[in-house]
Design a protein around this ligand. Structure first.
Ligand code: B16
Ligand code: MG
Length: 238
């Protein structure tokens, strides 16, 4: 039985991806590395250090640790300049209502974000009070698709993994949810998140209880189909 939700932050509750993009693009420009939307897409859910390593690799560059630290600090300062003016108007469509309804319906709610800036951003946009537990980039170092961030979230909620639904916008996050043994709801384009149990454009108009019932039905059907594929058919011609 599902008893809790684990929410990713960027791309699920707020659209901070555009600010990460602007900051990484500025840094890449200074290092002479091409950086566009396709590259940014591959950084969703990826930690700050792992993102920097990927960008440098795309540019065929390596840097000593002190310069890595410099660019991570500089990129973060640029990112924070962009997020400074965020308000409740920056919450993605349907997210506040969904959190409120899920809380009222008795579900436990945790954050599972790779971002070290997650808590001040949740506070700034007025969502922090909905959370029973938070896990962010300060608590875990392994990047999604490693499942640690969600397993730690379930542990903090005192729930088993199979009692949790993860809400994610990144393929790496969906993979992390499945590796954790949780149900995975994707937000975005279905073709970008083929592993999710279900994909929706956003949380607008979604009732938490109905959504959970639908996800459980889909997961049970997928499980039966996987079992059938494993069992040799008795009707094969001999
Ligand atoms: P920070 P999420 C992730 O947030 C972002 O998607 C990713 O682009 C970013 O690099 C990462 O947080 C680390 O963020 O630099 O603020 O620590 O999607 O896991 O909520
Ligand atoms: Mg995300």
């Amino acid at each position: 039985m599902i008893r809790g939700f684990l929410f990713d932050l960027d791309g699920v509750l707020v659209d901070t991806a555009k600010f990460h993009f602007l900051a990484w693009q500025r840094m890449a420009g200074e290092l002479g590395i091409a950086f566009g939307h396709d590259e940014n897409e591959q950084l969703k859910g990826v930690s700050r250090r792992a993102s920097l390593e990927k960008i440098l690799a795309w540019g065929g560059q390596t840097l000593p640790e002190a310069e890595m630290e410099h660019w991570m600090t500089t990129k973060n300062a640029w990112y924070l300049e962009h997020t400074a003016s965020m308000t409740s108007a920056d919450v993605l469509p349907g997210a506040s209502e969904f959190l409120r309804n899920a809380h009222q319906a008795g579900y436990l709610i945790a954050l599972g974000s790779a971002s070290k800036n997650a808590l001040p951003i949740l506070e700034k946009v007025g969502l922090l009070n909905f959370f029973d537990a938070t896990v962010d980039g300060n608590d875990v170092t392994a990047s999604k698709p490693d499942p640690s961030v969600f397993l730690e979230g379930a542990r903090k909620l005192n729930l088993q993994p199979h009692e949790c639904v993860v809400v994610e916008d990144a393929a790496a996050g969906i993979e992390a949810a499945l590796r954790a043994g949780m149900l995975a709801l994707g937000l975005g384009a279905p073709e970008a998140l083929p592993q999710a149990h279900r994909v929706l454009p956003d949380l607008q108009g979604q009732d938490p209880r109905s959504l959970v019932a639908d996800l459980e039905t889909r997961a049970a059907a997928a499980h039966s189909a996987a079992d059938r594929a494993k069992t040799p058919s008795t009707n094969l011609p001999s």
